[in-house]
Design a binder for this molecule. Sequence first.
Ligand code: BES
Ligand code: MN
Ligand code: ZN
Length: 492
Amino acid sequence: MRITLSTDSPFSATTDLLVIGASSPKVDKDEGLAKLDKALGGVLGDYIKDEGFRAKPGTTLKVPARSRVKAKWVVVVGVGGEDPVADARHLGHAAAKASARQKSASIVLPEESPAVVRALSEAVFTGAYRYTAYKTRRPKGGLSRAALLVADKKDAALKTALAQGKAIAESVNLARDLVNAPPNDLNPLSLADISKEEAEKLGLKVTIWGKKELEKKGMNLFLAVNRGSAIEPRFIHIAYEPEGAEKKVAFVGKGLTFDAGGLCLKPPKSMIDMKCDMSGAATTLGIVLAAAKMKLPIAVHAIIGSTENMTGAAAYRPGDVFTSLDGKTVEIINTDAEGRLVLADCLAWTRDELKPDVMVDHATLTGACMVALGPYRAAVYSDDDDLAAHYAEAGETSDEKLWRMPLDDDLRSMLDSPIADVKHTGAQWGGSITAALFLREFVGKTPWVHLDIAGPAFNDGPHGRAPKGGTGFGVGVGVAFLERLAAPADEG
Ligand code: BES
Ligand code: MN
Ligand code: ZN
């Protein structure tokens, strides 16, 4: 996909699809739409009426242009008309989805601003995403060129915005690829290889540890989860450290390339999609790569704990007790609550070795989170109200759905163990909260945000602008959060 800025007018753009927004089915409500309708001899208005097109945000109507303008087709996209950035997302996505046969699109901007160009660029790239790696007959076609119609294609701010949107989209699409990859091919070893390759392309520092190093460090919770797997674990650390950076943010990702549940085996219906259990890792990787491409003036670290959770002869058992890297002893209750164990050691390591200003973890951690918030919303946990607010606002910016959940202290006693310092699961209720409370045991005083992305990381079918399968959820919010930290908005 190539996206460019173009000074063509909507009438002169030589393109397959001319894409324009409509906030109402009345063509004369919008000046650009009215002009285009006039140039087309009124066919836009006619087709809109004939098809009963209501211009509901995200819906599209394709009208043949019949050589009255240079474009072959005019694609009218319903938009809210109130927020140009939100409109841009609809437009970009619709342009990418409008046809599997047409190659090029020219898009009329709802407003000529960097924010709009960035949103368009991101939406076109992510909208054009398809996962075809395992199809021997790859579906042909799909959009390959998009032009954004602007007054000045040399405008530096717009060009930067275009590149930023692309950088974010590339990370989102990479995360989707990694999540969609089948678990026989995407395992801790290949995840580490791909992470290293992508990070080194950008000149980032990469450290990868296997079982030996984890044993030497004493990451026994992480190792416990790995015991049942025939494949070695990988600890992946990527560092983006721009000169002069004053702040340091560490992202920690759950990288379970397959979660069978261990000896507390999942039933088949719950196991089928468990290749998605490395989504936190994929998001974490995506964020650090995007931050580097965008040259954000802030140090960003990605820490990924990757293993499978399997049932091999050496598998860890309910009742086992392990000493964490942090020193706390942990009694194993349910081997399917493995993510928090891997994260506990990774969080403790990050806290002590990197001493970041903020630590943010992403994990497909609990089914309970989906019970609470449904499949499209991530839970945000933090003891720090300011941080939680920053994350909420970043979610608004990136248009990803978040909801703050409570770290209720009175649930903490559910994690008391009769024989060890803590056990790793609570009682029946509040499973997402007790998982977060367990993680909190390992973050110390470091400001920390935990995102349970079990719902939105993976879709049963397309939803909104997210595709079926891996969604890349969290990359956009993470980047927006970093941008807020780097350039805090004036607050009253
Ligand atoms: N990876 C799962 C959580 C999950 C469920 C992610 C559905 C995505 C979709 C996690 O490791 C898990 O199995 N959690 C258990 C915890 C329980 C045993 C305390 C769960 O949610 O059932
Ligand atoms: Mn599990
Ligand atoms: Zn899991």
